[in-house]
Write a new protein. Structure first.
Length: 480
C-alpha cells in the first residue's frame, strides 16, 4: 500500500488558471496528484484542450481529466459561443430518449477527442421548486420516472466513447431553495419521499452503468445534520448499500460555502476533505476556483494528519484512491472535427413549445432582458437579437436590464413585432413587471422564454427550455 501522502494526493482533483498548465501542477501530476478539472477559463477551442490534456498526460499516463460540460446553459467547451447542443430540460421537453442518447454520444465523442476522461454530467436532479436558484434547466424535468429515462439515455450515450459520466447532485438538489455555492440547503424530504422522487433518477443512472456520482452539499434531516457530501448515512448507507453503486463518488467542489464555510475548523478545505473521505467519498473536486501548490499542500497535510490520528483509516483512503484512479482510463480515440450543429438543432427544434401565433409581421425589435445567469453556468453568450438580425434584415436588437421599461417603450414605435427574450422571468419580479407593462402597451408582443417556463401567461410565446446557442437559433428560425 502506498504512503498516506501519496494516497492523499491521488484523490485530489484541483482546478487551475490559464489555458496551459503551470509548472507546479505538471510536477505534482508526475508525482501522483489525482488529476484536474477543466473550466471555461482553461478553454480556447478543442484543439487547444486536446493539446493541454496531452501535455498533462505526458507527466503521467493515468491522470484523471474532468470537465463540467453539461451542454445547454452549462458549457465549458463552448463558453465563447454557446453550446452546440441543448440542455437537459430541452431534451426532456423533446422527450425522445433515442435523441437524448445521440446528443450525449455526440458530446462524449467530442470530449474523447479533447482527451477528457470524466464529464461531470448529467444532472439527475429534478426541477421541483420554482424558486430553486441553481438547477432549473440543468435537469431533465420534474417527473422522476420520465426524467429517469433521459438520465439513463444520457449516461449510455456519453459513455459510448469511453468518457465516464457522473450523475449529480446526490441525493437531488431540485427541491432545495438555497444555493449550495453560498449557503447550506436543507432538502425537506422524508426517506420515503426521497425513494419515491429524488432517488429514482439516480437509481436509473446506476442501472445504466454510470461510472461516477457527484454528491450534493445539502442536508436531509432524516439522515442527520451533516450535508450528503460529509454524511456516511447518505454515501455509504444509501448510495452504496441500498442503491448498490460501486463506482467512484466525486464530491461537488469542496470550496463551496455549504461545506468549507459551514464545517471547516482551522482549515475549511482540509477538514471538509477528511470528513468527505471518511463518509465514503472518493475523488475530491476542488476545481471551482483556481488553486496553487500551497493550498494543495495544506489539504494533503490535513488528510495525512487525520490518518495518523485515526480519524481516517488508511484502508478507506486507499479505497478512495483506487476508485479515483479508475476514472483515469484514456477515452476512445476520436478525431477533432469542426463542431456540427445539426443534431443539436434537431433536438432544439423538437423541444420548442409554441403558444398562440408567434409570427413576425415585419422586421422586429428584439429585446434581450439580461439577468444574472445560473452560477454554475457563468457568463456566456446569450440572447436572440444577434441571431434574428442575421435572419431578418431590418431587425433592431436591444439589450436591457430588468426594470428598464422606458428604453423599450421608447424603441418600440415603428415596429409591428416586438420580441422580448427572458431567462426564467418567473424568478425576477422586475422582469415580470416589465412583461405586464408590455402586454398592455406594446403591439405585436412575442415572449421568448429560455429558462424554466414558469406559470402560464397570455399571448404569443415560445419556450425553448434552454439558453444554448442551438436553442436560441431554433427560436430565431421559427420566428423568421
Amino acid at each position: 500500500m502506498s504512503s498516506p501522502e501519496k494516497l492523499a494526493e491521488s484523490v485530489l482533483l484541483p482546478g487551475f488558471a490559464g489555458t496551459t498548465a503551470p509548472d507546479w501542477l505538471r510536477r505534482r501530476l508526475g508525482e501522483g496528484l489525482g488529476g484536474v478539472v477543466l473550466f471555461g477559463r482553461n478553454v480556447v477551442d478543442d484543439h487547444q484542450v486536446a493539446a493541454l490534456t496531452a501535455g498533462l498526460r505526458s507527466e503521467r499516463s493515468d491522470v484523471v481529466i474532468g470537465i463540467d460540460e453539461e451542454g445547454g446553459d452549462v458549457t465549458r467547451l463552448d463558453v465563447a459561443t454557446g453550446s452546440f447542443v441543448p440542455g437537459p430540460l430541452a431534451l426532456g421537453a423533446a422527450d425522445d430518449p433515442e435523441l437524448t442518447t445521440s446528443v450525449a454520444a455526440a458530446l462524449g465523442e467530442r470530449l474523447a477527442a479533447c482527451g477528457v476522461t470524466v464529464n461531470l454530467a448529467p444532472c439527475a436532479d429534478l426541477t421541483l421548486a420554482a424558486e430553486d436558484p441553481v438547477i432549473g434547466v440543468r435537469a431533465f424535468g420534474s417527473d422522476p420516472v420520465r426524467a429517469s429515462v433521459h438520465v439513463a439515455a444520457y449516461v449510455t450515450g456519453l459513455q459510448k466513447y469511453g468518457v465516464a459520466a457522473c450523475a449529480k447532485h446526490f441525493p437531488g438538489h431540485g427541491a432545495a431553495t438555497e444555493d449550495s455555492h453560498v449557503a447550506l440547503p436543507v432538502l425537506p424530504r422524508t426517506e420515503e419521499e426521497l425513494r419515491e422522487i429524488e432517488l429514482v433518477p439516480f437509481q436509473a443512472a446506476i442501472q445504466a452503468g454510470v461510472r461516477s456520482i457527484m454528491t450534493g452539499h445539502l442536508v436531509v434531516p432524516a439522515w442527520g445534520e451533516l450535508p450528503a457530501t460529509l454524511n456516511a448515512r447518505a454515501l455509504t448507507g444509501v448510495l452504496r448499500d441500498e442503491l448498490g453503486f460501486t463506482g467512484a463518488v466525486i464530491t461537488d467542489a469542496l470550496e463551496m460555502g455549504a461545506v468549507s464555510g459551514e464545517y471547516g475548523r482551522q482549515d475549511g478545505l482540509g477538514e471538509a476533505a477528511v470528513r468527505a473521505l471518511a463518509a465514503g467519498a472518493d475523488a475530491l473536486c476542488i476545481g471551482g476556483a483556481a488553486f496553487d501548490a500551497e493550498v494543495l499542500d495544506r489539504i494533503t497535510a490535513t488528510i495525512v494528519a487525520a490518518v495518523t490520528s485515526g480519524e481516517l483509516s488508511l484502508e478507506r483512503l486507499a479505497e478512495a484512491s483506487s476508485r479515483t484512479a479508475a476514472l483515469a482510463s484514456e477515452p476512445a480515440s476520436a478525431e477533432i472535427t469542426p463542431v456540427d450543429y445539426r443534431l443539436g438543432l434537431e433536438a432544439a427544434r423538437k423541444a420548442l413549445r409554441v403558444q398562440g401565433e408567434p409570427r413576425l409581421t415585419g422586421a422586429p425589435l428584439v429585446v434581450d432582458i439580461q439577468t444574472e445567469p445560473n452560477i454554475a453556468a457563468g457568463p456566456m453568450p446569450w440572447g436572440l437579437g444577434a441571431l434574428l438580425s442575421d435572419l431578418v434584415p431590418g431587425t433592431r436588437a436591444l439589450t436591457v436590464s430588468p426594470g428598464d421599461v422606458d428604453s423599450v417603450l421608447a424603441a418600440a414605435p415603428g415596429f409591428s413585432s416586438v420580441v422580448v427574450v427572458t431567462r426564467e422571468a418567473h424568478r425576477h419580479t422586475a422582469v415580470r413587471s416589465m412583461l405586464e407593462v408590455f402586454r398592455t402597451s406594446v403591439p405585436g408582443l412575442i415572449h421568448v422564454e429560455t429558462g424554466v417556463p414558469g406559470p402560464a401567461t397570455e399571448g404569443a410565446r415560445i419556450d425553448t427550455f434552454s439558453g444554448s446557442h442551438v436553442s436560441l437559433r431554433a427560436a430565431a428560425e421559427y420566428l423568421a
